[in-house]
Design a protein around this ligand. Structure first.
Ligand SMILES: NC(=O)c1ccc[n+]([C@@H]2O[C@H](COP(=O)([O-])OP(=O)(O)OC[C@H]3O[C@@H](n4cnc5c(N)ncnc54)[C@H](O)[C@@H]3O)[C@@H](O)[C@H]2O)c1
Length: 357
């Protein structure tokens, strides 16, 4: 049995809580506690999940015997919470991005190494079956050498303007969306180092609404395998657009091309009191279990559940060394933060930015 806690009970923290609560049915996982700073959310989640809810994650660490904790605080507030968790020798999964500074990522990686604990990052695009197949094709040599590619992830406006209103100014399309695709493409290509980034960004729509952050960021990233990939990210698609997230990836190599529409999976329709929509049934769909209960499935679930699986593997005597390369690690996440930092720097300076070791 492993006991898991969550820090941050907002929109995505609710997903973490739901996944671990559902996993309790296995008899091997216990959703043990939550830490959340907002009073109203604490009450809501306590009632919803019937767990102890703390105002301070350090009190949760003191009072609960936890094997692992996931961090679902806003992008720029991951570091200190994750550091406290790792410092207590507790395994940790952090929402993407690991941190919004390169030095912060390095400190977290060093702390996890010092304490001998798992540091995982929720890069869930790696758990999409379509993307997994792309990577397998690459590993089998069916692409040849990747030369160029294109990846896009674009959100409807309400995400930055409403859902994340309190902190979208502290994030950006690169931090909130770009990192998913930087990681996905790099992972498919078997993790080459990023070497150079040239990026442009626009501030118009959100700025006009009083939110000082980029509407869109385009980054051209060169990797050590010689591939040059264009990443397009924005969070200003009209709210009437056919999906909350428009996303996909295309890679072209010396021997092949693969293109994946990671949004439109062939499910399209118009239902009562709604407009025409397409559904990404890869990320989330409802399935009934043998007790006729709804259970959410899809790659958002697989990715969060992977943390619990890793903890069970370790509890049964497996080692961190055996897990290496089999989960999105803190070390891999460092390269992604390097790309995002370089993209922001390139926008500021107007010049390409080289990424050092
Ligand atoms: N993997 C994905 O696809 C995905 C999707 C959405 C969001 N996210 C990530 O999840 C994270 C959270 O996003 P969100 O949409 O849930 O944001 P949110 O604002 O809805 O929730 C964040 C919560 O953290 C709480 N919080 C902040 N500091 C805290 C602290 N020190 N201790 C306890 N609670 C604290 C806030 O009160 C808030 O309730 C972000 O890093 C975001 O990028 C990931």
């Amino acid at each position: 049995m492993i006991r898991i806690g969550v820090v941050g009970g907002g929109t995505y923290g609710e997903s973490h809580l739901t996944v671990f609560k559902d996993l309790e049915e296995s008899g091997e996982v216990r959703l043990a506690a939550l830490a959340e700073v907002k009073d109203d959310l604490r009450e809501k989640r306590r009632a919803q999940f019937s767990i102890p809810v703390y105002a301070d994650h350090r009190e949760m660490l003191d009072k609960e015997q936890l094997d692992g904790i996931t961090v679902a605080t806003p992008d720029h507030l991951h570091h200190n919470v994750a550091m406290d968790i790792l410092d207590r020798g507790v395994h940790c999964m952090v929402e993407k991005p690991l941190d919004v500074t390169v030095q912060g990522c390095k400190r977290l990686i060093a702390k996890a190494d010092e304490k001998g604990v798992l540091l995982e990052v929720d890069f869930h695009k790696r758990f999409d079956p379509y993307h997994i197949e792309m990577r397998e094709c690459l590993l089998e040599g069916k692409f040849g050498e990747i030369e160029y590619g294109y990846a896009w992830m674009e959100d409807q406006l309400w995400v930055a303007a409403d859902m994340l209103k309190s902190w979208s100014k502290d994030s950006s399309p690169a931090w909130f969306l770009g990192v998913h695709m930087y990681d996905l493409v790099r992972w498919i290509m078997n993790n080459p180092a990023p070497v150079k980034v040239f990026a442009t960004g626009c501030k118009k729509k959100l700025l006009s609404m009083g939110i000082d952050t980029y509407d869109s960021i385009q980054a051209q990233v060169q990797f050590s395998n010689g591939a040059s990939i264009a990443f397009h990210n924005c969070w200003i698609l009209p709210d009437q657009y056919e999906a909350v997230v428009h996303q996909g990836v295309k890679l072209v190599g010396t021997e092949g091309i693969l293109e994946c529409d990671s949004q439109y999976r062939g499910a399209r329709g118009c239902l009562k009191n709604d407009r025409t929509k397409t559904w990404n049934l890869g990320i989330k769909y409802r399935a009934r279990d043998k007790h006729n209960r709804f259970r959410f499935r899809g790659y958002f679930q697989s990715s969060i559940a992977d943390f619990a699986e890793n903890l069970l593997f370790l509890q049964r005597g497996g080692t961190l060394a055996e897990l290496e390369g089999l989960y999105p690690s803190g070390k891999e996440a460092l390269a992604i933060t390097q790309i995002a930092c370089a993209a922001h720097e390139s926008i500021q300076t107007g010049n390409p930015v080289e990424i050092g070791a």
